[in-house]
Design a protein around this ligand. Structure first.
Ligand code: SF4
Ligand code: SF4
Ligand code: FES
Length: 243
C-alpha cells in the first residue's frame, strides 16, 4: 500500500513514497502503524510522536490529506498523504511545536476557587468537556488561532511559541468554559475565565462556521455558544451563537 510521508530534514520538506507491507491478510492499519513500520524499515530517523496508542494522550495527531487525524485511531488508505499538522510550527518531520498553546493559558486558568473542600457535584456539561485529550485537531480552520501566524501558519519563525500565542483557539476556550462550569470556582473566577476568553479573541467566533473536535466534543454548542451567550454585548456582532 503506497503512502506519502512528508519529512523535514535540515529545514527541507520532502515527500517520501513509502510502501506499507500489511502484517496480515485483510489488515486495516492505522496511520501510526504505517509510521512505525516506516521507521523500523526505510526511515530509521523519521520523527513523530505517539504515547498511549489508545486515543488518550492526544500527541499523535498528524494531517492526513490536509485534515488533522489522531494517528493511532485513524485508518490509512492507499494514496494517503501524511504531513505534520499545518496549524503549528514544524520541529522535525511530523513533530510540531505544541508548547505555545499550553503557555497561552498560563495565568488564565488559575482563577479564584471557593473553599476547595466544598462538596459539590459538577454538572454533566463539565464532565463532557473533560473528554478533551489535548490533540489540538480543533485548531484546524480556526480563524482565531490563524491570527497568530498571519498568512502562513507553517512559519516557525513567528510568533514565539515560548511566550504563548496571543490569540486563542477552541482548546483554550474549552479550558476556560470548563472553569466556568466547575462548582469549586468562585463567581469572580468564572468572570475571570470569561474575560480571558474575550481577551483571547472570542469575537472571531461570531459568524464562524464553528470548530470540530477530534473526539466528538460539542465545541460549537457546549463551548463557543455558551461563551458568546455569556459575553453578550461585550463581543461585537451576534453574541448569541457561532453560526
Ligand atoms: S468558532 Fe471560534 S474557536 Fe471555533 S473555529 Fe471559529 S473562531 Fe475558532
Ligand atoms: S477540544 Fe477536541 S479536538 Fe480540541 S484538543 Fe480537545 S480533544 Fe482535541
Ligand atoms: S498515541 Fe495517544 S492519542 Fe494517539
Amino acid at each position: 500500500m503506497k503512502i506519502d510521508i512528508v519529512t523535514t530534514r535540515n529545514g527541507v520538506r520532502e515527500t517520501v513514497a513509502y510502501d506499507y507491507r500489511p502484517r496480515q491478510e485483510g489488515e486495516r492499519p492505522m496511520i501510526l502503524d504505517v509510521l512505525l513500520q516506516a521507521q523500523a524499515t526505510a526511515l530509521p530517523d523519521l520523527a513523530f510522536r505517539y504515547g498511549c496508542r489508545a486515543r488518550n494522550c492526544g500527541v499523535c495527531t498528524v494531517d492526513v490529506n490536509g485534515r488533522p487525524r489522531i494517528a493511532c485511531r485513524a485508518r490509512v488508505r492507499a494514496g494517503d498523504r501524511i504531513e505534520p499538522m499545518a496549524t503549528l510550527p514544524v520541529l522535525a518531520d511530523l513533530v510540531v511545536r505544541r508548547d505555545g498553546i499550553a503557555r497561552q493559558l498560563q495565568g488564565r486558568t488559575t482563577p479564584d476557587h471557593r473553599d476547595p473542600d466544598v462538596n459539590a457535584e459538577a454538572p454533566e456539561a463539565y464532565h463532557d468537556l473533560t473528554a478533551c485529550i489535548e490533540c489540538y485537531a480543533c485548531l484546524d480552520g480556526c480563524p482565531m488561532h490563524a491570527r497568530n501566524f498571519g498568512d502562513d501558519a507553517a512559519d516557525a519563525a513567528a510568533p514565539d511559541a515560548a511566550t504563548g500565542y496571543r490569540w486563542g483557539n477552541p482548546f483554550s476556550l474549552l479550558k476556560l468554559q470548563r472553569l466556568r462550569l466547575d462548582p469549586c470556582v468562585s463567581e469572580d473566577g468564572r468572570q475571570a475565565a470569561l474575560d480571558a476568553a474575550i481577551d483571547l479573541g472570542l469575537d472571531a467566533c461570531v459568524g464562524c462556521k464553528g470548530c470540530k473536535c477530534g473526539v466528538g466534543i460539542d465545541l460549537k454548542g457546549g463551548v463557543v455558544g455558551e461563551l458568546l451567550a455569556a459575553a453578550g454585548d461585550r463581543v461585537p456582532g451576534d453574541g448569541a451563537s457561532a453560526s
